[in-house]
Design a protein around this ligand. Structure first.
Ligand SMILES: [Zn+2]
Length: 306
């Protein structure tokens, strides 16, 4: 305890003064009260700070819960869109490819057990977090299934396109319209040279010598002038799917054996070679070696020629 001094007016000096007992007790009591007050104040400040933190955490939790719910709503909307996409895929499969059984392979199976997310527990929002995980898993599964579906769809479509490209489907020469004067049909007829009833295994299209002749589908040149049946200069194209086409009485041939040709590609020119009385193209279509009427396989040549 510090010493106290008082001024002696008579001696004009400071003299050390000894505190009375009462004064000592009062001083001690004042110090104790002051200490208790300071401790209380510090305690109050700490309690207030902790309370603010609790409130802050509660608000953050509410915001997080709200955001989780928004995310789950978006996931559910995406999941519904995935289901619709799956149904569309399934319908395309059935309509275009007659694949009724394959869709069973892709049926959605969204049963999940809770075990996978068992580690998420004892939180205030454990169920919300677990459900979000499960919703995302289900969405990813649907996405994967639709992805597999589309890949298979693309493969099947490419196969179909390939088959279509190799199927004769256009006129072999440019003919804006066909009349009885420009066209001799498929079937039995009186042969113009032999004058007897014979099967006409193709069609004759009147055209001037030098008119371009087009391949009616993709294929490989199987034969150039390889037959002595009155065809004259002729080409046979193998379309690799049971179809063959024959182009006869040509004046010129511009392709070679084994060459690959595209639908609409020029392969020769109309002429009057072989057993014929006038310039025209004799065109035959065969399916598995049997002649069939090419008229049923005519499409618009203008869409294909270059
Ligand atoms: Zn003919």
């Amino acid at each position: 305890m510090k010493d106290l001094y008082e001024y002696d007016k008579n001696l004009l000096i400071y003299k050390k003064r000894v505190l009375t007992k009462k004064e000592r007790v009062l001083k001690i009591v004042k110090n104790v009260i002051l200490t208790i007050g300071i401790i209380s104040l510090i305690n109050q400040v700490l309690i207030s700070s902790s309370f603010i933190n609790v409130i802050k955490n509660k608000i953050e939790l509410l915001i997080m819960k709200n955001e989780y719910n928004k995310i789950n709503n978006k996931i559910n909307e995406s999941s519904i869109s995935m289901n619709k996409l799956f149904v569309i895929n399934e319908n395309i499969y059935k309509a275009l490819f007659n694949l009724y059984n394959i869709t069973n392979f892709f049926k959605l199976n969204g049963s999940y057990t809770d075990n996978k997310y068992e580690f998420i527990k004892n939180f205030e929002e454990s169920d919300l977090i677990k459900n979000t995980h499960k919703n995302i898993d289900l969405l990813l599964s649907k996405l994967k299934i639709n992805s597999i579906f589309l890949n298979t769809f693309e493969d099947s479509l490419n196969q179909k396109i390939n088959v279509c490209n190799f199927t004769p489907s256009i006129n072999p020469i440019k003919i804006p319209y066909i009349t009885s004067k420009t066209f001799s049909p498929f079937g039995l007829r009186i042969h113009p040279i032999y004058n007897i009833l014979l099967m006409h295994e193709g069609i004759d299209i009147s055209a001037k010598t030098g008119t371009a002749v087009y391949a009616t589908a993709d294929g490989y040149i199987d034969c150039v002038n390889c037959s002595n049946t009155g065809y004259g200069n002729h080409i046979i194209i193998d379309h690799k799917n049971g179809y063959e086409t024959i182009y006869a009485h040509l004046s010129k041939i511009v392709v070679k054996k084994d060459q690959f040709v595209k639908r609409g590609e020029v392969i020769g020119l109309v002429g009057v070679t072989g057993n014929t009385t006038c310039e025209h193209l004799h065109y035959e279509l065969r399916s598995n070696n049997l002649p069939i009427n090419p008229e049923n396989y005519f499409g618009d040549v203008y869409n294909y020629i270059k």
